[in-house]
Write a protein that binds this ligand. Structure first.
Ligand SMILES: [Zn+2]
Length: 190
């Protein structure tokens, strides 16, 4: 499927012009590009909120290259349907996973003897079976299995997050879901 991509950096007039031209070409979906490239987060939200009003609701609206779980929730609140991002997989390969209690650096020495799984609230097959200490051990031994296990967990976590977002929208309780998710996510395992 061919999507159009709206550009225009952080200039509202250029975003408007680009969005109108892209929409007039009648693609199957419309993407918002050129955000999440290092601009401050409040600027990203402002540009997103400005741009998305020009994109038809009955076609997929895709925010490119985003992002952290809190960014996905923010963007969904403005009406975004689709995302792509390297974070869950790239970070997993370098000792860092996403969990319901916040980001976790599993390679840290504090997990040397930790029996808990990567995410105590996750029902993925990695969290059901392996401890943080074992996963950290694999990382330190440069054992390739760690890349598979950590990537599996973080991908599962993102899939589950989007599934729960869809359910909360269908149940008309997205705002509550977002609030509760972020409360737990900001505890960082405390
Ligand atoms: Zn898991």
């Amino acid at each position: 499927m061919l999507f159009g991509i709206v550009q225009g950096s952080t200039y509202k007039d250029l975003r408007t012009q680009s969005a109108e031209q892209i929409v007039s070409l009648d693609f199957v979906g419309n993407a918002i590009g050129g955000l999440s490239v290092g601009e401050p987060k409040d600027e990203m939200e402002e540009m997103l909120a400005h741009t998305i009003q020009y994109l038809p609701e009955d076609k997929p609206r895709y925010l490119m290259g985003v992002g952290y779980p809190e960014d996905l929730l923010m963007a969904v609140s403005h009406g975004v349907d689709m995302f792509d991002c390297v974070l869950p997989t790239r970070n997993a390969r370098t000792g860092h996973v996403f969990t319901s209690e916040g980001p976790l650096i599993y390679r840290n020495a504090t997990h040397t003897l930790e029996d808990k799984p990567l995410d105590p609230n996750c029902d993925c097959k990695v969290c059901q079976r392996y401890s943080r200490s074992y996963i950290r051990h694999l990382y330190n031994q440069k054992e390739i299995t760690v890349i598979i296990l950590a990537t599996y967990h973080s991908t599962y976590f993102y899939q589950k997050l989007m599934q729960n977002i869809r359910r909360s929208i269908q149940g008309n309780c997205f705002d509550l879901f977002r609030k509760e998710f972020l409360e737990l996510y900001s505890t960082n395992g405390r």
